[in-house]
Write a new protein. Sequence first.
Length: 281
Amino acid sequence: MQDSKIFIVGANGQLGTALRKKYPKAKHADIDELDITNKKSVQNYSWQGIEYIINAAAYTDVDGAETAQGRVLAYQVNATAVAYLSEAANSIGAVLVHVSTDYVFDGTQKNHTEEESLSPISVYGASKVAGDIACSLAKKHYIIRTSWVIGEGKNFVRTMLELGQKGISPTVVSDQIGRLTFTSELVKAIDFLLTKNKDYGLYNLTNSGPSVSWADITREIYNIANVNQKVANISTQKYYQGKTGIAPRPLSSTLNLDKIHSAGFKSIDWRHELKNYLNKE
Ligand SMILES: NC(=O)c1ccc[n+]([C@@H]2O[C@H](COP(=O)([O-])OP(=O)(O)OC[C@H]3O[C@@H](n4cnc5c(N)ncnc54)[C@H](OP(=O)(O)O)[C@@H]3O)[C@@H](O)[C@H]2O)c1
């Protein structure tokens, strides 16, 4: 697979940045060069020579999507724009790679397989559901469903590390359960599916390892980084009590990895990748 046949959309986000590192010769654009919500811009873009469109663009502000303005933007970027990209991919015979989320579920199932019915409880989740369906309009497509993404930029691991290093003992949600997904793992899985010509369709992808809470992850961060701070548990309900404009979150976010493992993909435990990540900080 030649990098020059790849086009990365939403190239400045967490995943987009990691993809650009993996494929340095890939063409790419973020919103300034290609606003994917603009139908004409997507239709008229110079897609010549592109065989793989990887969509790393998204409206990811989960609480922002609950506002009147955010709701419109979330559907524009996460749903309608994906239909434009599917159309563009079909017009040039390209493969469309798109990224989905555990937020398409209500989180009542402990372990989400690719077969589970969609049941979003937030506007962001509903907009991503619509995007998954829009992506399936592409004749050749991969939908990678992931959760709790950690890459470059502001993220949970960095926030907790900074708090701990400042001497703050944080109170962290302990009833949302899942696994981290480092962008390195997402990039590895995308490359695996594309280079090995795996069957098109939907694949769950997170790092492997135990499913734990955000509070447990914080303890692991402090353990690895030798930060001597206690982490107090709190329920999601108590954490958000009295705050307005907060989107409901699924309590169980664990994605079942059997399908991608059966295809031959080898996962890395999130605890191992967390060590690598913190060593680079
Ligand atoms: N982050 C998570 O925990 C998580 C969990 C599950 C699934 N996912 C999914 O994983 C994917 C990658 O997420 P991420 O964390 O890398 O997201 P991110 O860091 O928020 O990056 C998204 C990128 O898309 C760009 N973008 C927004 N609107 C656009 C538009 N109209 N046209 C072109 N680009 C636009 C953003 O630009 P601006 O910054 O300028 O707006 C940003 O650079 C998304 O599909 C997301 O839904 C993420």
